[in-house]
Design a protein around this ligand. Structure first.
Ligand SMILES: Cc1ncc(COP(=O)(O)O)c(C=O)c1O
Length: 450
């Protein structure tokens, strides 16, 4: 099909997510390989977003494609109550790479569904009805997922799931409490304790966090003692800690799973995306031995037709093997150091760069108009999160330079497939450097206008 035909058929028959449908102009893509994809006109893009931060092993990885083909030829589907080799093997492999005593897996269809099941499990295990998540967080678009999500998207979906409380997050660059990390008293933790006490700890089943937040204006990095303090708070009140590793897991931050950077262990972890390199949809809720024990004598009142689908599990097995064989987690850690160094240079050069942050191949640049006041470059007084517009000039330079990036207003995120080489990374950094010239010119334009 020609580019225009692909686009027009999509526009006529598909409801696109998170969008008003009129005026959309989706890029038709026909081919992808490694860190690249090509639009239908043959233009090549380096995928510095891994699509939705999910193609961690690179596009069309031949070993994963082959595993899916082989599984399709052998056995595509069996009901979840039946034992299949692919499901058992993948669950074992997940328990082997997930740090801590999280050894049992409930398979889901993706990230949001994993949020749903994690919450159900936490409520069943504790017998408590409410859960806490944070404002700057994204946990999916299902009813439970969007309720746990704290950012502006939730409001458009409410009323949704009852019993979710939102807490403030350790976003130190824009601290809610007006503090700096080296002098504060970790109000981002003590305020959660206050919330727990107001609500009555006996009613709180779990605190759910994105270990390193992504899609909600993210990649803000908590102080190193935040997670240990949060773990201790959970233990004090018998509350379960759920780490959402849907985006930050599978080597994205330079370790298999991000919580391992801080030496803590959650009671429940949710995952999806990189689990299968996103080549077949699959999510998982991985639970600790203690949580799993609850279900030895108590029924798990949940299930779904596609839980542990054989094709998806075969993709998962192959993806984990690729992460190991090609040392992709190690590559993410190594190139993360290179990227952090380059981002520091960009910060020194460009007046519009307020903060650079992140870990591994999951790092962000936050744009400001004024480094002293930290005012957003594209501030929008009506919307506290500055969710609209303003990035088109920057995105144009990125696109012309053949770089596809995950952007939010005032935020540029670098999250390429973990198989990227240093040379390819540096090519991208040079394009970002040019895009930041546009951001700098916006600082000057705004300053002149005032
Ligand atoms: C941290 C996090 N949790 C959950 C989800 C939802 O996953 P899915 O889109 O597979 O439902 C996402 C999606 O981006 C995510 O980033």
């Amino acid at each position: 099909m020609k580019a225009n035909d692909i686009r027009s058929e999509n526009l006529k028959y598909v409801l696109f997510p998170w969008s008003r449908q009129s005026g959309l102009n989706p890029t038709p893509v026909t081919k992808a390989e490694g860190i690249f994809f090509w639009d239908a006109d043959g233009k090549r893009y380096a995928d510095f977003a891994s699509q939705l931060v999910c193609v961690n092993a690179g596009h069309q990885h031949p070993k994963i494609v082959k595993a899916i083909q082989d599984q399709a030829a052998e056995l595509c589907y069996m009901a979840p109550s039946i034992a299949t080799e692919a499901r058992g093997t993948l669950a074992r492999m997940i328990s082997e790479v997930v740090p801590g005593d999280l050894n049992k897996v409930y398979f889901t269809g993706g990230g949001a569904e994993s949020t749903d099941y994690a919450i159900k499990i936490a409520k069943a295990v504790t017998g408590r009805p409410k859960v806490i998540s944070r404002f700057r967080a994204y946990h999916g678009a299902s009813n439970a997922g969007i309720s746990m999500t704290g950012d502006w998207r939730r409001a458009y979906n409410e009323p949704a799931m009852w019993g979710v409380l939102h807490a403030y997050q350790p976003y130190c660059y824009r601290c809610t409490f007006g503090q700096e990390p080296n002098t504060c008293a970790r109000e981002c933790v003590s305020s959660i304790e206050e919330l727990i006490q107001h609500e009555n700890p006996d009613f709180i089943a779990a605190i759910m966090i994105e270990t390193v937040p992504g899609a909600a204006q993210g990649i803000y990095m908590a102080p190193d003692d935040y997670l240990p303090k949060l773990r201790a708070l959970c233990d004090k009140y018998g509350i379960l800690l759920i780490c959402d590793e849907v985006m930050c897991g599978w080597g994205r931050t330079g370790k298999w799973f991000a919580y391992d950077h801080w030496g803590i262990k959650p009671d429940i972890m949710t995952t999806a995306k990189g689990l299968t390199n996103s080549m077949v949809p699959l999510g998982a809720v991985v639970v600790s031995d203690k949580v799993a024990k609850h279900f030895e004598e108590n029924t798990l009142w949940s299930g779904s037709t596609y839980s542990g689908h054989a094709l998806a599990c075969a993709a998962g097995i192959a993806a984990i093997n690729v992460y190991k064989e090609e040392k992709l987690i190690e590559n993410s850690a190594r190139l993360g150091t290179v990227l952090a160094r380059e981002f520091q240079k960009l910060k020194a050069k460009h007046v519009s760069v307020g903060e650079v942050r992140g870990k591994g191949l999951f790092q962000a640049i936050e744009l400001v108009k004024n480094r002293e006041t930290r005012e957003y470059l594209m501030s929008n007084k009506e919307e506290p999160y500055a969710t609209k517009g303003g990035m088109s000039g920057i995105k144009k330079v990125l696109s012309e330079g053949g770089i596809y990036m995950f952007t939010r207003p005032n935020l540029l995120v670098v999250a390429p497939p973990l198989c990227i080489t240093e040379e390819q990374l540096m090519d991208g950094v040079r394009v970002i450097d040019k895009a930041l010239d546009v951001a700098d010119s916006m600082v000057e334009t705004r300053a002149a206008a005032e």
